[in-house]
Write a protein that binds this ligand. Structure first.
Ligand code: ZN
Length: 212
């Protein structure tokens, strides 16, 4: 039924330039992941391993890792819908200890689900000359998805490594990844994304060597 609509898509590959690529890490915060948080998705901890691998490869290829983090004042209209969470300056609003941001990595504070809404993320990405966003984090069906939508609307190429995002349920994971794949970007296994990052960075080096 809907497939015949959704499958009218243009095949997009993992063809991207690491020099114009950034990794976005959405909401890997104590509040959403660790014991004591007010809104915990325990399954999200399964992302720690895959994300660590992605960060290592990205940093090795000098691809910036950008932390997109929920951080609210005590009164915020988002709390009309969701219980208060990630209050600025609190433990809950901090990135989990398992994933240490490196010094100098940029943190974008957001007050809504999308990392682009009323933040300076787009400005920062344009200053860095970024065209491609490897988008990761939680939860696939809300904040990751809102961020992916806004990224696509602004003309970025979006790549989502399957093992680096978690949703509120299996159904939501499948549904959001299907919609992202058919309407907004590329959904691919982490291994393929790592290979593309590695291949492209070593390819650039060997071209530079043979030219000299
Ligand atoms: Zn929030």
């Amino acid at each position: 039924m809907g497939e015949s609509f959704s499958e009218k898509r243009v095949a997009e590959g993992l063809d991207f330039d690491p020099e114009k690529t950034a990794v976005l890490v959405v909401d890997m915060l104590n509040e959403f992941l660790e014991e004591g948080g007010v809104m915990v998705l325990a399954e999200g901890r399964e992302l720690y391993g895959p994300l660590t691998r992605l960060f290592e490869t990205a940093r090795g290829a000098r691809v910036p890792v950008i932390w997109v983090c929920d951080e609210h004042p005590e009164q915020d209209k988002e709390f009309d819908k969701r219980i208060p969470h990630c209050i600025e300056g609190s433990w809950g609003a901090r990135v989990v200890d398992a994933l240490k941001p490196e010094e100098g990595e940029y943190r974008v504070r957001k007050r809504r689900y999308s990392g682009f809404y009323e933040t300076d993320l787009d400005l920062r990405l344009r200053e860095l000359g970024i065209h491609t966003l490897i988008t990761t984090g939680i939860v696939t069906n809300i904040c990751v998805r809102s961020t992916v939508h806004d990224a696509f609307f602004r003309g970025y190429k979006v790549i989502v490594p399957t093992e680096c995002v978690a949703a509120t349920s299996h159904r939501e994971q499948e549904s959001s990844l299907y919609d992202i794949e058919t309407h907004f970007g590329v959904v691919a296994p982490l291994e393929d994304v790592l290979r593309a990052l590695e291949r492209r960075s070593s390819g650039v080096e060997s071209t530079a060597r043979s030219a000299s």
